[in-house]
Design a binder for this molecule. Structure first.
Ligand SMILES: NC(=O)c1ccc[n+]([C@@H]2O[C@H](COP(=O)([O-])OP(=O)(O)OC[C@H]3O[C@@H](n4cnc5c(N)ncnc54)[C@H](O)[C@@H]3O)[C@@H](O)[C@H]2O)c1
Length: 358
C-alpha cells in the first residue's frame, strides 16, 4: 500500500458526541514511533477529543497508523497540520532533540501543545516555549504521565497530609534492559519520570545537583547514571537510571521522620506501602552524651489505588484545560524545572560529578 492509497478522507466527527453539546478538540499527533500510537489511541478513546490528522517523517510509521485508524488523515507535511484550522492542538511525540522546534512552530501557528517528556533538550529552548505559550494564551502541557498516575496522586495526598512527618530522603531506582535512544542518554530518557514525581510531591526545586554516569557503547551516551539532589533542610534525593540492568526495577522510597513509604510501580495490586517503621531519639538532657536511639517496628499499610490508564488522564486533562482555560498540572513551568535539573546533571557528569547550584 502506498501512502497516498492509505490517505483517507478527513475523520468523520462522531455525531453523538457533538450532539451532547460539546465541541470536540481537534488534535494532530506528530511522531508515530513507539509512544505516539499510545497518544493516538488515548485521544481516540477520549470523549472530548478527535484525532484529525497524524504526521511522521517515516512513511512506514504512517502506513502502520493508516492501517489501525483508516479514517485518520495522514498529513504529508508538518505544515499541513499547522495550516489546518480544524486542528486546535498538537501532540509532539518525536525524539527529544526535535521537541523545541516542533513545539515552537505549533505554538506560533496558534495551536495548544502537549509535548512529550522531557519538554526540551536545553533550558533556553524550554524557556522560549513557556514564554511563547504565555504570550499567546495557549495551553502548553508536558506529558509527565506519572503525575497523572493514580498511585502517585495517592502518594501526594499522603505526603501532604503530613503522616510521613518531615521528608528526610527519597531513593529512586528506574532500571531495566532499556531501549537505547540515538539523541539522548539514560538521564534525559528515564529521569524525567522520577524528577517530575519528586517535583510534584515536594513542590520546590533542589538547591544543587550532582551526577555521575558512564557510557558503554560507541554512541558515548551514558547508559548508567546516578543523580543526587540536595533540597536543603536535610532532604536529599538520589536517582539511579540504567539501561543495562538485567532486572526491571521501578521503585521509590520516601523516608520520613514519622513513617516511610515505598512505591513499587511494578506491583499492580499493592503499588504503595506505608511503613510505620523508623528510629526514635531520646532527646532528654541526661542522654545528650549518650545518644539513645530506639527502633519502631509498627504496621505496614497498603492503600487501595484505582487502576485507570494515566495517559487517558493526561489527554482528558489537556482537553479540559483547552476548553475551560485551565493550567495543566504538568504545565510548561514544571517541564522547564525538570529540564533545568537534567541540564545541570549533564554538566555535572561532564565535570566528574561536580556539584551544580541551580
Ligand atoms: N511519557 C512516556 O511515558 C513516554 C514513553 C516513551 C517515550 N516517550 C517520549 O516520546 C518521545 C518519542 O519517543 P519514542 O520512544 O516514541 O521514539 P521513536 O523513535 O520510537 O519515535 C519517534 C518518531 O518520531 C518520528 N520523527 C522524528 N523526527 C520527526 C520530525 N521532525 N517530524 C515528524 N516525525 C518525526 C520518527 O520517524 C519516529 O517514528 C520522546 O520524547 C520520549 O521521551 C514518553
Amino acid at each position: 500500500l502506498t501512502l497516498s492509497e492509505l490517505r483517507g478522507e478527513k475523520q468523520t466527527v462522531f455525531p453523538e458526541r457533538e450532539m451532547a453539546g460539546m465541541r470536540l478538540v481537534g488534535v494532530a499527533v506528530v511522531g508515530c514511533g513507539y509512544w505516539g500510537p499510545n497518544l493516538i489511541r488515548n485521544f481516540c478513546d477520549c470523549s472530548s477529543t478527535c484525532v484529525k490528522a497524524v504526521f511522521d517523517q517515516d512513511t512506514a510509521a504512517m502506513v502502520r497508523i493508516g492501517r489501525a485508524y483508516p479514517t485518520v488523515r495522514l498529513a504529508k507535511r508538518f505544515a499541513e497540520i499547522l495550516e489546518d484550522p480544524e486542528i486546535e492542538a498538537v501532540a509532539v511525540a518525536t525524539p527529544v532533540c526535535t521537541h523545541v522546534a516542533l513545539t515552537e512552530a505549533a505554538l506560533k501557528a496558534g495551536k495548544h501543545v502537549l509535548v512529550e517528556k522531557p519538554m526540551a533538550d536545553n533550558v533556553a529552548g524550554g524557556g522560549r516555549l513557556v514564554s511563547l505559550a504565555k504570550e499567546r494564551s495557549l495551553v502548553l502541557m508536558v506529558d509527565h504521565v506519572y503525575m497523572y498516575n493514580a498511585a502517585v496522586q495517592r502518594i501526594k495526598t499522603i505526603v501532604d497530609s503530613g503522616s510521613l512527618g518531615s521528608i528526610y530522603y527519597i531513593d529512586s531506582v528506574r532500571i531495566n534492559l532499556g531501549i537505547f535512544q540515538d539523541d539522548v542518554n539514560v538521564v534525559w530518557d528515564l529521569a524525567p519520570h522520577d524528577l517530575s514525581i519528586v517535583d510534584y510531591l515536594l513542590g520546590h526545586p533542589p538547591r544543587t545537583v550532582s551526577a555521575t554516569g558512564t557510557s558503554h557503547t560507541v554512541s558515548n551516551q551514558e547508559d548508567v547514571a546516578y543523580l543526587s539532589l540536595d533540597f536543603g533542610e536535610g532532604l536529599i534525593a538520589t536517582f539511579h537510571v540504567n539501561w543495562l540492568s538485567p532486572v526491571k526495577v521501578r521503585q521509590m522510597i520516601i523516608g520520613g521522620s514519622k513513617k516511610s513509604l515505598v512505591y513499587n510501580d511494578l506491583s499492580p495490586s499493592e503499588p504503595i506501602k506505608v511503613y510505620d517503621r523508623g528510629i526514635e531519639f531520646d532527646s532528654s538532657p541526661e542522654s545528650r552524651h549518650n545518644a539513645l536511639i530506639s527502633y519502631r517496628m509498627g504496621d505496614i499499610w497498603s492503600p487501595q489505588v484505582p487502576r485507570d490508564e494515566p495517559l487517558q488522564n493526561v489527554v482528558r486533562s489537556f482537553a479540559a484545560c483547552i476548553r475551560e482555560g485551565g493550567d495543566p498540572l504538568s504545565n510548561g513551568a514544571v517541564g522547564l524545572r525538570v529540564v533545568r535539573i537534567l541540564e545541570a546533571a549533564q554538566h555535572s557528569i561532564k565535570a566528574q560529578g561536580s556539584r551544580i547550584t541551580l
